[in-house]
Design a protein around this ligand. Structure first.
Ligand code: SF4
Length: 138
């Protein structure tokens, strides 16, 4: 594993509230994931951690499946936000297919609507530990 875990974010149908919270946490040095050595990246190929927000919609499912299926290195999936974990307030909406763990293996659930910055930080810490274990297993 590189010393800097790389995080790739996927929005599968979020209202953007969780994504705003992630962005806002970067603004605060207290919650900035860079202090854990993490960095956000814009393409999925080098990702160590997938941070997924929102319930899975019919429109987002093909992209989600494609990214995960083609990934060539060990990775950890964080399902971030109540909608991602349980579909939340979107549960009975017609384009919603289900929570993220119905379609990909989730390693870390971070609930909250949106999750607090402290919860995001703790979720990423857990993800880094799991990633270390996965890398040691290969
Ligand atoms: S958990 Fe809340 S903030 Fe996050 S996508 Fe769902 S409704 Fe929006």
């Amino acid at each position: 594993m590189s010393s800097n875990p790389k995080i790739f974010r996927i929005n599968t149908g979020s209202c953007n509230g969780c994504d705003v919270e992630i962005a806002a946490s970067v603004m605060s040095s207290r919650f900035d994931l860079q202090k854990l050595g993490c960095e956000y990246i814009e393409t999925s190929e080098d990702a160590d951690i997938f941070m997924i927000t929102g319930p899975v919609t019919a429109r987002s499912l093909p992209f989600l499946k494609e990214v995960i299926k083609n990934h060539k290195k060990p990775y950890v999936v964080i399902s971030l936000g109540t909608c991602s974990v349980t579909c939340g307030i979107f549960r009975d909406s017609y384009p919603i297919l289900g929570p993220v763990d119905s379609y990909v293996n989730v390693d870390v659930n971070v609930a909250g609507c949106p999750p607090r910055p402290q919860a995001i930080l703790e979720g990423v810490k857990t993800a880094i530990e799991i990633l270390k274990r996965k890398n040691n297993e290969i």
